[in-house]
Design a protein around this ligand. Sequence first.
Ligand code: DGL
Length: 249
Amino acid sequence: MATIGIFDSGSGGLSVYREIVKLLPYERYVYFADNAHCPYGEKSVEYIQDRARAITDILLGMGADIIVVACNTATAAAIAMLREEYPDMTFVGMEPAVKPAALGTKTGVIGVLATAGTLKGSKYLKTKGRFEDDVRIVEHVGEGFVELVENGILDGPVAYETVRASIQPLLDAGADRIVLGCTHYPFLRTIIEAIAGPSVQVIDPAPAVARQTVRMLDKRGIPIGEGPFSVDLYFSGEPASLQRIFALL
Ligand code: DGL
């Protein structure tokens, strides 16, 4: 049985946990929500690196065999540093799903929704650079999305209007693919799809990250599939939002 450590600034990483557990239903999971310090989106790189280091130490103390950085913003700010400072540990990070969006678009325009930190990160800028000669990439921060999810507001008029304000510019630009570049956003997917309509495909990289987690465990020779399944949720702030989202899964 593998111990899989997962962290995010809050409940968003549960959208990644949900995909990993589909592929690996018999492992031990330790999930850390750093919700006392959420959101990460506008914080400095140094701040996020300090948090990532502190959380990694906690997850290592709990026996993690692998750590999934289930946060695009933390991946952008800290995964290179984590790999350098913890050379014996395997880290799996989030990939902005620009490639499948760029390959699939019919209009030649793709939309990327992410936090400011992710959109500034060198990983995203590099990926974007590979495709922007072929397709037009329109970006928008999902303004207020993280706060909606952390407060458990996943439907209703406030959620609808908040989501609409950030995706309308992408739709107006002609995007027929919308990449979810923040792990909180999949919890608003129903609203995003309702506003965007059937001609727009919403792309969540979490299933690909789950497959990569399986590949990395296999590469490291960590035995999987033996059980028993367990999941422990830890948080630095209030438990309510995490429990609410977890109940939905
Ligand atoms: N869920 C995170 C991400 O994927 C962080 C959101 C935030 O804390 O701003 O980027």
